[in-house]
Design a protein around this ligand. Structure first.
Ligand code: SAM
Ligand code: SF4
Length: 327
């Protein structure tokens, strides 16, 4: 029987988030407000290392890989990495999360290389607020990128928006207007506390419960969760082409539906976005002959996965910012 990634709390992990760089060209105020500064001398995983890694995960039941960062599209070999991951038997879905900077120019190539789903970060629909949040005056360019995704053939595009009190919490009406006619799943993500953003977090964190309440009051219906939804709560409305997803990491039971493991851009396995320094896998990624040992190290590590992230208790597990291990 095929070995499976199941932890001590009966959670099954068929979804891998793979960071391929921690570098970024944006300066999001909640993530890298001073821009990217390299803090290590290690190289990022090569295409061959990524291949060896994902083959092992696929043989342990992984079906979906999200390529993230940092900004994954900054890698010159990004299209090749997509094609490599998509070619691995057992991998049914290859997704990415991007700030959208290169989208308009590159999305068609990514689609042809086998990228099956895409999430774009758009934290405001007001160009000035977008500039203030990201440090980049490129709102129109990113929005053209979102349209280019639809033109490239994606049936549904997901847009991530980090909720911030006093920054973009007045944008809900604009966002709703947008998805009335666009088949977009708009995902509001509650701001998470990291080592680097503590004062910012205290000032701007906002629970998404008020959005849930407002949606339910206005005829939106919560969809029955699909196994691959993970912790997102998804809402739909017959008058809207798009959907709303809420990601509320501070809500009770959020971790119960955890279905993902993470790999950092230098090859460390992270059992949780917040939690530990990670388990180094790199020595076992050099040669395909080490596959059995690699699978054993991953399976052994999974036995240490905790039931929850302890964010409610203010713990950040040492995560400097989400660019470091891929949000
Ligand atoms: N650079 C890409 C992007 O921004 O889409 C991918 C990496 S980014 C770390 C992945 C996602 O994490 C983005 O949607 C981003 O907005 C979100 N994110 C980053 N820091 C966060 C935080 N402290 N709390 C909540 N979401 C965060
Ligand atoms: Fe870069 Fe993404 Fe972090 Fe923004 S959220 S600074 S785009 S890694």
């Amino acid at each position: 029987m095929q070995q499976q990634l199941i932890d001590n709390f009966e959670r099954k992990f068929e979804y891998l988030r793979l960071s391929i760089t921690d570098e970024c060209n944006f300066k999001c105020n909640y993530c890298l407000p001073d821009g990217y500064h390299r803090t290590h001398s290690k190289s990022f995983l090569s295409s061959q290392e990524i291949y060896n890694l994902v083959v092992a995960f696929a043989e342990l039941g992984t079906k979906k890989v999200r390529i993230t960062g940092g900004e994954p599209s900054l890698r010159k070999d990004f299209t090749q990495i997509i094609a490599t991951v998509a070619s691995i038997p057992g991998i049914q879905k290859v997704a990415t999360t991007t700030n959208g900077f290169q989208l308009e120019k590159k999305v068609q190539h990514w689609f042809e290389a086998g990228l099956s789903a895409i999430n774009i970060s758009v934290d405001s629909l007001d160009a000035n607020t977008f500039h203030l949040i990201t440090g980049k005056n490129v709102f129109q360019k990113v929005m053209q990128g979102v349209s280019a995704c639809i033109d490239a053939g994606y049936k549904q595009v997901k847009v991530n928006c980090v909720l911030m009190k006093g920054v973009n919490d007045n944008d809900l009406a604009l966002f709703l207007q947008w998805i009335k006619t666009e088949k977009i799943q708009l995902r509001f993500i509650e701001l998470m506390q990291t080592e680097d953003n503590q004062p910012f977090f205290k000032k701007h964190h906002l629970s998404a419960q008020w959005i849930k309440k407002r949606l339910l009051e206005h005829g939106w219906q919560q969809k029955k969760p699909l196994s691959h939804d993970g912790p997102a709560q998804v809402f739909q409305h017959s008058a809207y082409k798009g959907e709303i997803g809420l990601i509320m990491p501070y809500s009770k039971d959020f971790c119960k539906s955890c279905n993902r493991l993470r790999i950092s851009s230098t090859g460390r396995l992270h059992l949780c976005l917040f939690g530990e320094e990670g388990i180094d896998l790199r020595d076992l990624l050099q040669n395909s002959k080490d596959k059995l040992a690699l699978k054993k190290r991953i399976l052994d590590a999974l036995q240490d996965k905790k039931s929850t992230h302890y964010l409610q208790q203010g713990k950040t597990g040492g995560t400097q910012h989400l660019a470091s291990i891929g949000g």
